[in-house]
Design a protein around this ligand. Structure first.
Ligand code: SAM
Length: 450
């Protein structure tokens, strides 16, 4: 067997991320864009000692759960790898991913996944790279998303995950860049001005636009065009990032128009959001996620709570309504500034915010022996071991672990179980529909408490 060889196969099952699985030469073969039960011609794309990667070239027998033909799937799956799978099948893939990744001796309850009412156009934040295609004297400005494992932009105008108004804003920016001949940054030559656009929107349809460039540039005309066309735009920033890096945003934000923040409402509370602050990308699902976390926590008004990796405080202020005191820890300074403002605008006094890395800052709370519950909501890499060790030493009775990466969640659960905690229940939640990412909420309790 060698690269680019083609085989006719029957797809036996889905893997954890929704890839098709079959066997050749006693090796497991993962097949991109093929579904359980399908027969397909596949092409080998990489060979490893125990497994092989391939992609579907032709579907010979189609699954009844396929909702997009192979050609369209290949075009769009870079961004949404479950785009071809019907929603019920997608939810099963995600439930199985959570079930099969968490290896535990605890007899825990796995609740059904929290479904989305709207699996399309749900994203309230997009980061969109721009590029250009030059032919003779002509040039076309393009924007879209990166093809899998590359920095080639797949042009796309009406993306299925992006808010419709955001798509229209992107189109207008593209027209402006073409008309006013603004150069586009080229990663290879490291020349050009315009890099990316970030757009955020709130449930009330307020929009924030961030133009990412390599140098300062006069965007007055663009601002006029955007604000004339879209009354929803409340804030426009320039972000200057001259480094040749994969990190899109630099720290250099300059407000060009409107207000420095836009206001989001989550479970009845208002939150001011700066461009660099973290906000869940799927508002409706975020509310369901927080409600489930609050249900598991079963908060009482004499409780003291820590909210680690708290962002702009969106869970914490909802916790604060129900408890004696809540301490939030977050590394991004702007998010803490937001959190403090959010505390004021919601008239909440029983919340303290600490800015810094959780692994260090938690030590400052280690002498508090009255903490009842700690919430974790770390980024994809999960919790730092130093942080977990302090939590274990503090003997905090309950942990609510919100996770966007089940692999690091499983790793951290194992550490906690080896150190006195028991997993009680897990609820998967679909926050990233049409992609194989899955969010989850877990409850762990110390075996030696009550
Ligand atoms: C998944 S977000 C959760 C934010 C918040 N709980 C929410 O639901 O909006 C993770 C947050 O952790 C923050 N973060 C990342 N590493 C951190 C660290 N070492 N210490 C503290 N916060 C960190 C990020 O800035 C981000 O706000």
């Amino acid at each position: 067997m060698k690269l680019n060889d083609e085989y006719k196969v029957k797809i036996e099952s889905f893997d954890m991320n929704g890839l098709g699985v079959c066997h050749l030469d006693n090796k497991v073969v993962f097949v991109e864009n093929a579904m359980e039960g399908e027969e397909a011609i596949i092409e080998i794309t990489s060979i490893h000692s125990k497994y092989i990667f391939s992609k579907a070239k032709k579907i010979l027998k189609k699954s009844e759960h396929r909702i997009l033909d192979l050609e369209k799937t290949n075009e769009l799956s870079g961004e949404a790898d479950l785009i071809h799978v019907d929603y019920e099948t997608e939810l099963k893939i995600k439930e199985n991913k959570v079930k099969n990744t968490i290896k535990t001796k605890s007899n825990y309850k796995l609740n059904p996944i929290i479904k989305s009412d709207n699996p399309y156009n749900y994203r309230n934040k997009v980061m969109v790279p721009f590029g250009e295609i030059k032919e003779d004297d002509e040039r076309d400005v393009i924007y879209g998303f990166y093809a899998k494992k590359s920095h080639n932009i797949i042009p796309i105008e009406n993306d299925i995950l992006t808010n419709e108004i955001s798509s229209q804003i992107l189109y207008l920016i593209q027209r402006y860049l073409e008309l006013f001949n603004v150069s586009i940054y080229n990663e290879t030559t490291q020349k050009g001005i315009f890099r990316e656009v970030m757009i955020r929107n709130t449930i009330n349809n307020d929009f924030m636009v961030v133009l990412v460039t390599t140098v300062n540039h006069d965007f007055q005309r663009l601002i006029e065009m955007l604000t004339l066309e879209f009354k929803e735009i409340k804030s426009i920033y320039l972000n200057i990032n001259s480094k040749n890096t994969n990190v899109v945003l630099s720290d250099d934000f300059r407000l060009l128009y409107g207000t420095p923040t836009i206001k989001e409402n989550i479970l009845g509370l208002d939150f001011e959001v700066y461009p660099a602050s973290f906000m869940q990308v799927n508002h409706n699902q975020c509310e369901k996620l927080y409600s489930e976390a609050l249900r598991m926590a079963d908060l009482k008004n004499d409780m003291n709570v820590i909210d680690a990796y708290c962002g702009i405080g969106s869970i914490r202020l909802n916790i604060a309504k129900n408890v004696n005191h809540v301490y939030g820890i977050e590394i991004v300074e702007d998010a803490i500034t937001n959190a403090n403002n959010n505390k004021k605008i919601n008239n909440i006094e029983n919340a303290t915010f600490i800015c810094g890395p959780c692994e260090k800052e938690i030590k400052k709370l280690a002498n508090l022996n009255n903490i009842d519950i700690v919430f974790f909501d770390p980024p994809r890499k999960g919790c730092d071991i130093e942080f977990l060790n302090t939590i274990i030493e503090m003997k905090i009775p309950s942990i609510i672990y919100i996770s966007c990466n089940v692999a690091t969640l499983a790793r951290d659960i194992k550490i906690l179980e080896e150190n006195g905690y028991e997993l009680k229940e897990v609820t998967p939640a679909d926050l990233f529909s049409k992609t194989s990412h899955v969010e989850s909420i877990s409850l762990l309790v110390r075996k030696d408490t009550k």
